[in-house]
Design a protein around this ligand. Structure first.
Ligand code: 5CA
Length: 446
């Protein structure tokens, strides 16, 4: 993409309404625009990162054997009456009437609708296990929408639902989700720690939240510092292997890590003093096992192969896709702007032309652009007739992890400059070597 032809409405002033850095940078970098309280339009740069995050979620769901569907945002109130949640959900639910006076709602989550799909089509244990998921807009009329996309009223969520014959199978699904989430967040450059939590209006006993540590997080968390040394890394895991998934769950949940809702001071006190941590965290996902809560009330029964019709065991599993943009920025920025992890960056590298209009500099930039593009990478070329300082400022703010700077002086010696946004370190090297280096960095990522 050439910046002169792109739509990147970078703000010059600091937006005053933003209380936390991710919200401020998302507005300043022209990623989002508020439409009304807690509701945002996604401008090209923000939309690109949203899509990257979504792609990672889809890929990791596929790897775990989960199947994508798409359910509507507007749902019938009658369905929610079956589970008893139409009244129970309270003021967070946006209730709507159609022209015929029928009561509808904008989905805050989708346990009822997915259970309705299941009961219409699945009658035998032979079709289990089954996990269906979607990535879809949700609406919750939050009392205090704030911090930009972090606590929106309209937000984008991955919600997945497992259907299993037995509790044991459903707990495997729970463990499988935990493993796949660890992998998902790490691909986005995040450490998200599973913590024992409270299930709220979704219900059930077993639930973990995934928290990214950040001073601006809304949750207070308590943990044993050993947990932050754990990495899922690039280990290969067979998601059908119950024991393997269980082992990962035990590895990542055996140390003390809880949100304030479930905090137990006595257990916390037992942790060696130098490992006790109290901090704040951003909840980027949550997994639940709630057994037969919805299948019993809504009649989602299957033949168990022994002549009985039994309610299926279920759980639901969410990732805050739009919230993740805020969480990633909170975890990865400096005073000049965002620093995108390679896995989610909107463009793989920036090209800054120090002297637009200079025939040699223009030609060198075009050649770099062509070589990177030919390798399947997406550069953002700042070809505007602007001062170098302004170009650097924009690149730093929008946070592309790599920048190639091209100027007549370097070109005389046959070199360009390759700079890491994270470390600020630069090296001079021939253009083709800069391209090769960037290609190597993105091997296995882009
Ligand atoms: N049905 C279950 C799992 S699919 C569910 O709704 N879980 S949830 O309530 O925990 O939401 C899943 C994730 O959505 C949360 O972990 C959080 O990351 C994100 N989320 C929840 N509310 C908001 C909000 N108001 N703004 C942005 N993201 C949100």
């Amino acid at each position: 993409m050439r910046l002169s032809r792109y739509f990147l409405p970078v703000l010059k002033e600091t937006p005053r309404e933003a209380q936390i850095v991710s919200h401020r940078y998302m507005l300043q970098a022209g990623m989002i625009k508020q439409a009304s309280a807690g509701i945002y339009s996604w401008l090209p740069l923000g939309f690109k990162v949203l899509r990257k995050i979504e792609d990672i979620v889809h890929e990791e769901q596929a790897r775990a054997g989960h199947i994508a569907i798409q359910m509507p945002t507007i749902q019938s109130a009658d369905l929610w009456r079956e589970s008893g949640r139409y009244d129970a959900y309270g003021e967070e639910m946006l209730r709507i009437k159609d022209r015929g006076g029928r009561e509808m709602l904008f989905t805050p989550t989708a346990e009822e609708l997915v259970t309705d799909i299941f009961r219409a089509h699945v009658t035998s244990y032979k079709d289990l296990p089954l996990t269906l998921y979607q990535i879809q807009w949700k609406f919750r009329d939050e009392v205090r929408p704030r911090f930009g996309v972090m606590r929106g009223r309209e937000f984008y969520m991955k919600d997945g639902y497992n259907f299993d014959l037995t509790k044991e199978d459903a707990l495997h699904a729970y463990n499988r989700h935990l493993v796949s989430y660890l992998r998902t967040y790490e691909r986005m450059g995040l450490q998200a720690i599973p913590m024992r939590a409270d299930s709220g209006p979704i219900g059930g006993d077993d639930t973990h939240e995934f928290l990214v540590l950040a001073d601006t997080g809304e949750s207070e968390v308590f943990y044993d510092s050993e947990i932050t040394d754990l990495k899922f890394g690039d280990r290969e895991i067979d998601y059908d292997d119950q024991a393997a998934c269980q082992a990962v769950l035990e590895e990542f949940t055996s140390r003390y890590a809880r949100t304030d809702e479930t905090h137990d001071q006595a257990l916390f006190d037992a942790i060696p003093e130098d490992r006790k941590r109290t901090a704040r965290g951003i909840e980027v996902g949550q997994i639940f096992y709630f057994g037969t809560k919805y299948s019993e009330s809504m009649g989602a029964l299957v033949d168990d192969g022994k002549g009985n019709k039994v309610p299926v065991h279920m759980g639901s599993h969410g990732i805050g896709v739009s919230r993740l943009l805020g969480a990633i920025i909170e975890a990865s920025h400096d005073d000049k702007g965002i620093i995108w992890p390679e896995g989610v960056t909107p463009f793989h590298c920036g090209i800054v032309n120090l002297k637009t209009g200079d025939a040699e500099a223009d030609a060198a930039c075009e050649a770099l652009y062509a070589s990177l593009t030919a390798l399947g990478l997406e550069p953002l070329y700042d070809d505007r007739d602007e001062r170098a300082g302004a170009k650097f400022g924009t690149m730093d703010m929008i946070g592309l992890p790599w920048r190639i700077t091209v100027g007549p002086r370097g070109l005389k010696n046959g070199v360009v400059e390759l700079t890491s946004r994270r470390t600020g370190e630069s090296e001079e090297l021939p253009p083709e070597e800069a391209v090769a280096k960037i290609a190597k960095i993105y091997e296995g990522i882009a």
